[in-house]
Design a protein around this ligand. Sequence first.
Ligand code: 8YV
Length: 337
Amino acid sequence: MAESRPKVWVSQPLYEDLEARLEQWFDVTRTAQVTDHAPAAIAAALADADGALVTLNDRIGAAEIAGAPRLRAVANVGVGYNNLDVAALAARGIVATNTPGVLTETTADFGFALMMAAARRITEAEHWLRDGRWQGWGFHQMLGAEIHGSTLGILGMGRIGQGIARRARGFGMRVLYHNRSRLPDAVERDCAATWVARESLLAESDHLVLVLPYTAANHHVIDAVALARMKPGATLTNIARGGLVDEGALADALQAGRLAAAGLDVFEGEPAVDPRLTACRNVVLTPHIASASLPTRRAMVSLAVDNLVAAMGQGPDAGRPSDPVTPQTGGKAVPLQ
Ligand code: 8YV
């Protein structure tokens, strides 16, 4: 009798030609439509799976793997992996991987664009025009915050943060960053960025951009206290994870005019957005699209497939996936790469 092949579950429709590479070694079960899988559905899908290719919507923790005795590897399509309980997976010997590197420049482009759109009131002005409220050119209309010559603060200086810093050079910005650990001198020089303490970053930045991973330790790292320490009239941009920001406190700061504007690509209760934020005109809201370009999304899937194949002991890198994530990296406030 022919030996049965390992089974892989692909949780969302991605790119068929890239997913098809898995079929060389595995029996693949695909999800035909974008699906918000309930925890019980994930548990059921994993019950007879040896491996899984998942995205940020698919939360996998102790409960989801309890009835999955064969599961050996979970490859996340995304650099952030707060949807995985890496400690629970590691305790079972299940390898988890992510997709750093391939989305760096695309995501940095978007972070910079979102910061600029918020500071220069681009969507607010467009809505105003579309609503027919523009009655004629006005000298004092839609005055925004300066970008050039201002101070950019980056919280979380991994690869994406560094990409944003390099872009800021072209705009003549002064770049400050805060990370748990300072970058090597050569990297600081390349990014023309200066490490400062978190309090100084909050106090001195005209534009603060969040690019750090979301962990239990940095839940609401930008809370009412942090917002009160920010420079009056500053902007806040978040392209990392919604849970980094206390959205209610942010809405208060925006409504009170303490902050000039915010650019938000991520939200704590995605896809729900706090109605206090949607009510603020001075917030640019986008639906978690910072890495959303076709070449980048394909590169992410391709890397995740390679990681899964290797983690499951197949292919040229058998047993050596390039991007394993561990409880050590997962538990610390390491930069979003
Ligand atoms: C992805 C992201 O779209 O990589 C990340 O961490 O947030 C996005 O780039 C998402 O993770 C897809 O699963």
